[in-house]
Design a protein around this ligand. Sequence first.
Ligand SMILES: NC(=O)c1ccc[n+]([C@@H]2O[C@H](COP(=O)([O-])OP(=O)(O)OC[C@H]3O[C@@H](n4cnc5c(N)ncnc54)[C@H](OP(=O)(O)O)[C@@H]3O)[C@@H](O)[C@H]2O)c1
Length: 243
Amino acid sequence: MSESKAFAVVTGANRGIGLAICQRLATQGYRVATCVRVPSRDLQTLLPEADGHAIVTLDLRDDAAIAEAARAVLKWSKQIDVLVNCAGVASGGLFAMTRMDHMRDIFQVNTFGPLLFTQYIARAMTRAKAGSIINIGSTAGLLADAGTMAYGGSKAALMHATRVLATELGASGIRVNAIAPAVVETDMAAQMDEASRAALDARSALPGMIAPGDVAALVSYLVSPESAQMTGQVLRLDRGMPF
Ligand SMILES: NC(=O)c1ccc[n+]([C@@H]2O[C@H](COP(=O)([O-])OP(=O)(O)OC[C@H]3O[C@@H](n4cnc5c(N)ncnc54)[C@H](OP(=O)(O)O)[C@@H]3O)[C@@H](O)[C@H]2O)c1
C-alpha cells in the first residue's frame, strides 16, 4: 500500500470520532500516534505499539503538556504526514448565563490548544514540505443557534484558522481542511437534550444518523492523493441542512 510508511497524529483518540479516525488510518497502513489524556484499554488493544503506533499523553488545557506531547510525537517520528485535531469538549447554554471563565476553557480545549499543537507539528511538516492537517469543526460553528456561543464560537474560530493556515502553509506543500459534522453518534451527542436533537433532525434532508466512521471516511479522502488540490475547505457532513 502506498501509504504504508506514513505517520499520522490524532488527538481525542480514546473514543468516539477520534478512535474511528485512528482505526481507519491504521487500516490504510498509517502508523498512528494516538494523543489522549489517559489511554483506554481499547486503544492499546486496537492500535498496539508493536504495530508501530504510539500513545502520547496530551491535555489540551495545559500549554506545557501540549509542548511535551509535540516533543514526544516528534521523537516517535520526525516525519508527520497527517495531523487530525479531533479532541474537543461540548458546551451549551444561553450567552446571558455563560461565565467568561467557562468560555475561555472551551476555547482553550477546542481552539487555542489545537492551534498550539498544530504550530509545533506544522513546523516539522514545513521542514518536510508536505503534510495534511484536518480540524474537526462543527456545524454549530456555522449556524447561529441559541445556546451555542461558547462551543459554536470555538469551532467557528477553529474553522477560520483552517482557512488561514491553508493560505499560509500552501507554499510549503501542506494542506489544511476541516470537517464540520452535525450530530454524530458518540458520547458527546448523548449529552444533548432531546429537544435540541429533534430540532436538528427536523432541519436535515436525510434521515438516519451520522456515525463516527462517516467522519473517518471523509478524513481518509482528505489525506489521500485524490484530494491533492483541495485545501482551505470546510466540508459539512450534516445530512443536508439548508441553514
Ligand atoms: N458527536 C457530535 O455530535 C459532534 C458533532 C460535531 C463535531 N464534533 C466534534 O468532534 C470531535 C470528537 O467528538 P466526539 O463526538 O468523538 O466526542 P467524545 O466522544 O466526547 O470524545 C471527545 C474526545 O476529546 C478528548 N478531550 C476532551 N477534552 C480534552 C482535553 N482537555 N485534552 C485532550 N483531549 C480531550 C476526550 O478525551 P477523554 O477520553 O480523555 O475524555 C475524547 O477522546 C470534537 O472536537 C467534537 O467537538 C462532535
